[in-house]
Design a protein around this ligand. Structure first.
Ligand code: ZN
Ligand code: FE
Length: 257
């Protein structure tokens, strides 16, 4: 399975999964039509699936148009998003398998940003290979999604699930927010040496206009404040000893950042 990252709108990424043997492709959260059609054309591939993570417009906005081009394609999404994802055909819940090419992914139910949000995790097939996580707007490089439809407790549970994946899992998140996220992270954990190094690297990369997605779970665990609610440095920064309150206060600070 090859993965292509297609920039869309102002800061979205669409991920295109490609199976060169069968000449088929799938997209995760298509925000725009043209980049998808162009990529498919250059690969000479047929689009067979859309994997949606949640119902927001910048993730499902062109389902309809893509179906017009490829009437046979199947739209996947979470069962809790029933009625909110255009042309959804498969209604997924925690643990359900999804297949693309030779890979079998598993669905993780990760509410918080929205009430029906899911993520798609493709574990490594052979040892030495790495897993791939498509997590929409739940976990970002250096940050996490806003809580539009969920509680801090829900989001902590969801992020705990993602945090427990192997360190070398690649994080394909749906937005290029990394620099802004790390600017915030530096305000709450300025003494974290891993964060300092990462912040400098990301600043340089963005200065060269390079993408910072995918990230890795291991990196996020060391530097992303929204996976570090149980670290004393962060609890101290928001004056709490409770993990969920710590998370909630961090999220609140970030909302006002
Ligand atoms: Zn969203
Ligand atoms: Fe989004």
């Amino acid at each position: 399975m090859e993965i292509y990252r297609l920039p869309a709108l102002s800061d979205n990424y669409i991920f295109l999964l490609h199976d060169p043997n069968q000449k088929i492709a799938a997209v995760v959260d298509p925000a725009e039509v043209l980049p998808v059609l162009e990529k498919l054309k250059s690969l000479e591939a047929e689009l067979v699936a859309i994997f949606n993570t949640h119902h927001h417009c910048d993730h499902v906005g062109v389902n309809q148009q893509l179906i017009k081009e490829f009437p046979q394609l199947t739209v996947y999404g979470g069962v809790e998003d029933k009625g909110r994802i255009p042309r959804q055909k498969v209604f997924l819940q925690e643990g359900d398998p999804v297949q693309f090419a030779q890979r079998v992914g598993q669905v993780l139910f990760v509410p918080g940003h929205t009430s029906g949000h899911i993520a798609y995790y493709f574990p490594p097939v052979t040892t030495g290979e790495i897993g791939e996580l498509f997590c929409g707007d739940t976990l970002f490089a250096g940050g996490c999604g806003r809580l539009f439809e969920g509680t801090p407790a829900q989001m902590v549970k969801s992020l705990s699930k993602l945090r427990s994946l192997p360190d070398n899992t690649r994080i394909w998140c749906a937005h290029e927010y990394t620099l802004k996220n790390l600017q915030f992270a530096m305000t709450v954990e300025p003494q974290n040496p891993d964060l300092q190094v990462r912040f400098a690297e990301i600043k340089a990369a963005r200065g060269r206009n390079e993408p910072t997605v995918p990230s890795m779970i291991g990196v996020e665990k060391r530097t992303n404040p929204f996976l570090r609610w149980d670290q004393s440095s962060l609890q101290l920064a928001v004056n709490s000893q409770d993990p969920i309150q710590t998370f909630a206060r961090l999220r609140g600070k970030k909302d006002r950042f």
